[in-house]
Design a protein around this ligand. Structure first.
Ligand code: HAM
Length: 424
């Protein structure tokens, strides 16, 4: 019986990979221009890191983690996101010495046991950036500006930036209470999920997708009106900095995010074209997280881009991605020629020339058909006659012209003709 991939995960096939490479290449360049260095943390961690970091009552921790005991009996979780892992690494390796801002990014797979649907997978990929060590609103604005530059450089322009402040430990509790009071008499009219959240995590009720809940919640008090003055000032500075660099935003009082570590600035980038799973980016400030996992009090902020959703949007733009294909095809006639070609192909590849040859050669015609299909610039043709004369035929596939050249000189000649292969 054929074995298939697990539900909710997918292969990224060779003909799709150019898009992924492109996105990763642009992301690395833009992130590094902004002073972010790559960090690679393990794909699995102790479960306690995520329960403590993300929050016991979040959907991720309650329902979505891939958690299992390893052979030693330790509870292990496949990372559902990168922020908790990065703050763990920051704390463990004392990256807070010397004091200052630490800017890191990570690109890789995350795992959540969610119900699979378009744009929602059980293994998906994120580009995640985190800045630890500064509570300044300037870093919030820098982070968002970096994100917008990154998305623009990738080729996406029309995206909606939604922004909110979730306050801090001074102003959020009174807001939570106000929200509870507002909802107390309306509880029976709300959906089961909202009822469940009322006690444990009432703020999460604000982003319920159920239309009748949304109608009721439209009149709910807004966090913005409850912000303490330092949080309000922080938000206002962020907004004015964004305006100063020409970034428009929607102030969205209903944006609460699904992870408990957030404080103050939170944001999402939504793409209406994506359907139900329309958040391409989520992020925000988490000034209590490092301390919650045992590190020194350290403010932090970051975002994560969902790569599957980003690539789906790129596909909609009709952008062309170059596929990987050889520049040269080596066609042979006869065993001796094939033997010689094998040696020459090895030398050419060693000198950076992307070349393919046929190991089960049929007619010259069928090899030329292959060369055409592979979209090569040049085809080399070597038969026993040419070999005996020390010659080879070099066929220019674009001009459809051909010449007989010295077999010993043909590699140098090709190297001159072909564009320099770079490692990027
Ligand atoms: P998040 O909102 O949970 O935030 O995820 C960020 C992005 O990852 C989402 O906007 C979405 O594009 C993508 N994503 C999430 N779940 C799935 C899924 N099941 N399938 C496909 N794509 C998905 C975080 O993960 C935070 N760690 C972001 C952050 C970094 N906050 C501060 N620093």
């Amino acid at each position: 019986m054929e074995i298939h991939a697990i539900r909710g995960v997918r292969d990224i096939l060779p003909d799709e990979i150019a898009k992924w490479h492109y996105v990763e290449r642009v992301a690395r360049r833009v992130l590094e221009t902004h002073g972010y260095a790559e960090i690679r943390t393990p794909l699995f961690e102790k479960t306690a890191l995520f329960t403590r970091g993300i929050g016991e009552t979040t959907d991720i921790v309650e329902k979505e983690m891939y958690t299992f005991p390893d052979k030693g009996g330790e509870m292990i979780t496949l990372r559902p996101e990168a922020t908790a892992s990065i703050t763990r690494a920051y704390t463990e390796h004392k990256l807070y010495f010397p004091p200052g801002l630490v800017k890191v990014y990570c690109i890789g797979p995350m795992f959540r046991y969610e119900r699979p649907q378009a744009g929602r997978y059980r293994q998906f990929h994120q580009i995640d950036a985190e800045a630890l060590g500064s509570g300044s609103p300037y870093i919030d604005a820098e982070m968002i500006a970096l994100l917008m530059t990154l998305l623009r450089e990738i080729g996406l322009q029309k995206l909606d930036l939604h922004l909110n402040s979730l306050g801090d430990s001074t102003c959020r509790p009174p807001y939570r209470e106000a929200l509870r009071q507002f909802l107390a008499e309306k509880l029976s009219l709300l959906c089961k999920d909202c009822q469940g959240r009322y006690e444990r995590n009432p703020l999460r009720m604000l982003d319920c997708k159920n239309p009748s809940c949304q109608d009721i919640l439209a009149a709910a008090p807004a966090m913005y009106d409850y912000l303490c003055s330092p949080c309000r000032e922080h938000l206002e500075t962020v907004l004015s900095l964004l305006t100063a660099v020409g970034i428009s935003y929607v102030l969205n009082a209903r944006l609460v995010r699904g992870l408990d570590y957030y404080t103050r600035t939170t944001f999402e980038i939504l793409a209406p074209g994506l359907g139900a799973q329309n958040a391409v980016v989520g992020g925000g400030r988490y000034d209590g997280l490092v301390e919650a996992i045992g590190g020194p009090p350290t403010p932090g902020i970051g975002f994560a881009i969902g790569m599957e959703r980003l690539i789906a949007l790129l596909e909609e733009t009709g952008m062309h991605f170059p596929s990987i294909h050889p520049e040269v095809f080596f066609a042979v006639l006869g065993e001796k020629a094939q033997f010689k070609a094998f040696q020459m192909v090895h030398t050419m590849r060693g000198r950076g020339i992307p070349v393919e040859m046929e190991y089960d050669p049929k007619s010259l015609k069928s090899q030329l058909r292959k060369a055409n299909k592979a979209n090569v610039r040049y085809t080399l043709i070597l038969g026993e006659d040419e070999l005996a004369k020390g010659k080879i035929i070099l066929k220019d596939m674009t001009g459809d012209t051909q010449e007989e050249v010295d077999i010993e000189k043909v590699i140098d000649l090709l190297q001159e003709k072909l564009p320099l292969q770079t490692s990027e």
